[in-house]
Design a protein around this ligand. Sequence first.
Ligand code: NAD
Length: 511
Amino acid sequence: MASTDWKLTFGARAADLPSTPYVGRHFIDGKWRDSGDSQTMARRSPAHDALVGQYAKGTADDARDAVVAARQAFDDGRWSRLSGKQRHDYLCQVAERIERDHETIAVQEVLESGKPITQARAEVSGAAALWRYAATLAWNVRGDSYNALGDDMLGLVMREPIGVVSIITPWNFPFIIAAQKLPFALAAGCTVALKPSELTSGTTVMLAGLLDEVGLPDGVVNVVLGEGDPVGAVLTHSDDVDMVSFTGSTQVGKEAVAASAGTLKKVSLELGGKNPQVIFPDADLEAAADAVVFGVYFNGGQCCNSSSRLLVHRDIAEEFTQRVVELSRQVPFGDPLDSQARVGAIISEAHERKIQGYVEQAVTQGATLRLGGRALQAPNGEGRYFEPTVVSGVSPDMEIARDEVFGPVLSALTFDTLDEAISITNDCLYGLSAGIWSRSIDNCLAYARRARAGTVWVNTWMDGYPELPFGGFKQSGLGRELGHFGLDEFTEQKTVQLHMGARTNWWVPQA
Ligand code: NAD
């Protein structure tokens, strides 16, 4: 496929690149500091190969200091014993400042992750909304009462903050994923040690700056920068941590579970996905084709919710796949700082090679490359991109149909019956999300009930609301984020039994 077919939006964006990199340090116990050994790590933008970030690279001791600060802040009650209103007010102030610094945060997110600027702006707005929503939950930490246990007994079920939470986030949505976790943990009364991905530290440091600015008590949120080993490992192993809230790959999620076994701390996990969109002939096929293109190319396919599997009914398979190919060819990709771009850069060279490997392997196994399939560089030789790619004739046993490719690559499979579509959907390690397109309520409901996935979209794709819980079945995760369920994850339940009046003795001594 000649690359001249593509809608490329590479422009000379040099004027938009920062002349000096953003510099970030750890924020521990209310103070900004360098790493104990003074090491730093650099981040170059995947789209321009420019130096855009320079960060402290944490040691195990830095991570331990972050946990100790969170432990002290939790144990002395400086946060957990505030009223819901007080916590609510802090969270709202953070939301206001996110809105104030909206553009600065969005640009840094683009520079480090390679995602398109229009998308980054939407994510920063979404994050502010999550902080506001979680603030309302701080008013609503509540339990249950049992008033029919007999005349002399009242039962109370109280929710208390679980304690110190380690939050570990990935590179693909650094700012909004932190907002799916941190304000919910804070609303519940927890204290936090937070580690962003070493590839995208910048916007989390900016967030720490906002927490500092609103005067959050010292030690309530501690941000420690650095790699999985040693920083992430300390945050998952430490005896002083009560819960780990992790978003990232299924492989590292399993390591977090193993690390937590030593202290049996709670672990909540948001992991990978291999999400299908199922298309029936009676659907609104234009809307479905647009949703398939959106679902697979959003964030360059580097998205846990990527709809990387297209399951299309055999009767319309050729015509529908061709429509998707045509739309894919028109998707503008290129410099993520250009507001025309819908698909930006690929996070790293190693990741680009992995994507290419899956496509080549599928072709070797007999699949047909309908579009794309190659890594690309910008005309000026800078930056890493991958062509929007459609592979058809994929069978359910091929790696490209089973593994999380995590790139702009669509695998098209066919089915004949609803049962077969459900069976292919569920024949998968993952169970994060799934979608169905049909005008038949019977098809839609049967699919929604039988798909083994945490979210099922019906005649739509990837809508999200702060009120609705999000999470995965099977190896896509444990627990749920968002909604009041998201608050509950950061709490323990305590049962209190209150006895009134004289108690009947268990044993009465004989005179
Ligand atoms: P990753 O698992 O490589 O890294 C995630 C985080 O874990 C990073 O901060 C990393 O430094 C840290 N880490 C690495 N090794 C560690 C260890 N041994 N102990 C503790 N922490 C460690 O994932 P990634 O490449 O950054 O992100 C992509 C993955 O995230 C994909 O699989 C994607 O599906 C998943 N993801 C899931 C969701 C969801 O909500 N389900 C959302 C976004 C991303």
